[in-house]
Design a protein around this ligand. Structure first.
Ligand code: HEC
Length: 176
């Protein structure tokens, strides 16, 4: 009896693993993201240690989740950034359930604006590793947002270093 239950369980676990591995993003749920979406940080709204925007114009809904003390699901169009050359954007629901519909971006910045060096899911990495690799560890109510105590792998930077990087956004010298 116990043995057969165990067998059923392993079949379920195995098949759900295969389903999640073979899942590919649904492009009809993908928002258009142009490089001009990545603005100078001082043009964004601050929320604690990071900055937010909403590329669909729904900033109030994004801020409500970012400022919530109990977490929540970010609305489509949400753009979050901690250091100027890294950002995550929320696509429409079910674009890619594996990443809660977040796409990760690594940017190259200059006074002229941002160009996208890398974008996507788990394959996008900063010098300290896969964005998703760390962010997926956030407890589910936080929707992959790490904050300081949501369960993510830590980054080796102090708040002063983060504030320093934020203050040196090369885009902010121009009218971006
Ligand atoms: C080594 C683990 C790690 C890696 C790799 C990583 N992050 Fe993070 N990220 C964190 C942690 C921890 C925080 C919170 C830091 C803080 O507030 O001091 C954070 C903060 C952020 C924030 C602000 C919102 C939040 O989750 O608190 C954004 C946006 C972000 N990271 C995007 C990215 C992107 C995009 C990449 C890849 C290009 C990336 N991160 C790579 C761990 C990581």
């Amino acid at each position: 009896m116990f043995k057969s239950q165990l067998k059923t369980l392993s079949v379920i676990v195995l098949s759900s693993l295969i389903i999640s591995q073979s899942y590919s993003a649904d492009d009809s749920k993908k928002l258009d993201v142009s490089e001009s979406a990545f603005k100078c940080l001082s043009a964004l709204a601050a929320s604690g240690r990071f900055f937010v925007d909403n590329i669909l114009g729904n900033l109030d809904a994004t801020l409500a989740v970012a400022n919530s003390s109990s977490g929540g699901n970010y609305p489509p169009g949400s753009l979050l950034t901690l250091v100027p050359d890294e950002a995550m954007i929320k696509h429409q629901q079910d674009w890619n359930p594996a990443t809660n519909d977040w796409e990760f971006f690594l940017l190259d910045l200059s006074a002229e604006g941002a160009s996208i060096l890398a974008r996507g899911g788990a394959e996008v990495a900063s010098p300290s590793g896969s964005c998703f690799g760390c962010h997926q560890l956030a407890r589910s109510e936080w929707d992959l947002v790490c904050g300081v105590d949501h369960g993510c792998a830590p980054i080796p930077f102090t708040l002063e270093q983060i504030r320093g990087a934020q203050a040196m956004d090369p885009r902010c010298t121009n009218e971006n």
